[in-house]
Design a protein around this ligand. Structure first.
Ligand code: NAD
Length: 452
């Protein structure tokens, strides 16, 4: 979609009028000065012209959820599952059928000619290797976020995609949502004027929210492959905490930045058309969950996005808080000269205006010298305009899989290819680097390299 970086209120009102006419329901409350609109569902299910034979590598929390969603798309069949822990393989057979092929070795899956596509939902430290191997075998890959665990690992996946017949989609599903698409169109139409600031956060306040997952009572070196789990990381004696709570350790995970900031980067880059920030600074600490983890549970990141042909210059502030007594909150907010926009993960966008003066028309510096103090009054949009998906919307996760399967079937493009995925992962990983090295990181988002 072409992006207009000079939004005006006139263009936005025009868009609103068109959107309102097309929407199935529009309600407006004079008392609250709020308006609600329905976002039409634009993705009809793809008609299956060919069955896609799917396998899952990493059958834990997300791999199981990914597979359940993938199987909602018509014409997709699960034929094999790989995991390092036998309990997960037993569960997979119970869930999806005893005839499922199961293995602890993902290479057995990649060597099977009857498998077209794999979901990779292993811990982060295995992402690069399995994705490169799968693309090398011409399998299509749904690779969970963050695309890679380390800065400098993205290039290998980008290169592997260039020579593979498979299609790789990175799994930050939120950006496929109706809400992200609506937010992108609203920003381009001038709904909030010129973007100059964005913020996002995730707040949690429970053991499982803070990654203290249950350890299965039968976990042992007999029931799981500990050496394979360690892979290229430091050799250590068997430790079920590291295996089942891998997010808590730098060796295997990417901290809260790679786990959660990365979703916000994916959505923000999609909405603004940005390739990424140039300067990254982080603060944080381990404030509460002192259970042996070596990553912080509170993290603040600041990111500078200079002007590009796609967007005006803006600053970004991100926060993850695992000991937040208010709990359960997450949002992404874009703020501009003419309003703000809260972008829901799936199905809702709220545009907020509190018009007291128009910074696009006022002279800089001294508002009193506005050359048009007695100008004729204007029509102003509602203070809050809420866009909601139509009832029955299957959500971002479904859309993301549908987008991948459609690209596999048609030879088309995915919404989150390795270049996009690396540009979203890299600032999250650079944020960790800033925190641990106590310095600002300079990043070149076009070349996708650390800058001097
Ligand atoms: N998109 C999202 O919203 C979202 C949400 C949660 C997790 N994730 C991502 O999904 C991935 C998995 O997270 P999770 O919460 O499901 O973790 P999990 O620990 O529940 O599952 C990971 C599984 O991978 C298996 N495994 C480990 N190494 C393996 C290997 N080399 N080969 C095969 N299997 C291996 C483990 O035995 C485990 O069952 C992570 O990259 C995470 O960042 C994405």
């Amino acid at each position: 979609m072409s992006r207009n970086t000079q939004p005006t209120r006139r263009r936005f009102l025009g868009t609103l009028a068109g959107g309102a006419a097309a929407a199935a329901t529009v309600t407006m409350s004079a008392a609250s000065h709020d308006r609600e609109e329905t976002i039409p569902d634009r993705q009809q299910p793809a008609s299956p012209n060919d069955q896609i034979q799917l396998a899952l590598i990493g059958a834990g929390i997300q791999g199981t959820g990914d597979t359940a969603t993938a199987l909602m798309v018509p014409g997709v069949k699960l034929v094999a599952v790989c995991d390092l822990y036998d309990g997960r393989l037993t569960d997979a057979k119970k869930r999806w059928g005893q005839d499922l092929f199961t293995t602890r070795d993902y290479r057995e899956i990649l060597n099977r000619p009857d498998i077209d596509a794999v979901i990779v939902a292993t811990p982060d430290h295995w992402h690069r290797q399995i994705a490169v191997d799968a693309l090398g075998k011409n399998k299509s890959v749904y690779l969970e976020k963050p695309m890679v665990q380390q800065l400098g690992e993205g290039e290998a996946i980008i290169a592997a995609q260039k020579t593979s017949k498979g299609v790789l989609q990175v799994g930050s599903q939120g950006m496929s949502s109706l809400s992200n698409e609506k937010a992108r169109d609203l920003l381009a139409a001038g709904a909030i004027g010129k973007l100059n600031y964005a913020e996002g956060f995730w707040a949690r306040n429970s053991p499982s929210g803070a990654w203290q997952y249950p350890i299965p009572p039968d976990a042992s070196e007999q029931t799981l492959d500990w050496d394979k789990f360690l892979g290229a990381t430091a050799k250590r004696p068997f430790d079920p905490l590291r295996f089942f709570r891998w997010r808590n350790y730098k060796d295997y995970g990417t901290g809260v930045c790679g786990d959660l900031f990365v979703h916000l980067f994916s959505s923000l880059h999609f909405i603004t058309g940005s390739m990424g920030p140039t300067q990254i600074m982080a603060q944080g600490g381990l404030r509460f969950w002192k259970d042996g983890r070596d990553v912080p549970d509170v993290m603040l990141g600041m990111f500078d996005y200079p002007e590009t042909p796609a967007h005006s210059p803006f600053s970004l502030s991100l926060r993850v808080h695992f000991v937040d007594g208010t709990s359960g909150n997450t949002f992404l907010r874009l703020v501009g000269t003419g309003g703000a926009m809260d972008v829901g993960f799936d199905s809702e966008v709220t545009v907020k205006h509190q018009k007291t003066w128009d910074p696009l028309r006022a002279t800089q510096g001294d508002y009193k010298s506005n050359p048009e103090p007695d100008a004729r009054k204007e029509m102003v949009p509602a203070a809050n305009i809420v866009y909601r998906a139509e009832p029955g919307y299957k959500g971002a996760h479904y859309d993301h899989f549908n987008n991948w399967f459609r690209a596999i079937r048609t030879g088309g493009k995915v919404i989150q290819d390795p270049v996009f995925g690396y540009r979203a992962a890299a600032p999250a990983l650079a944020c960790n680097m800033s925190y641990f090295e106590k310095r600002a990181i300079q990043w070149d988002p076009v070349a996708m390299k650390l800058a001097k």
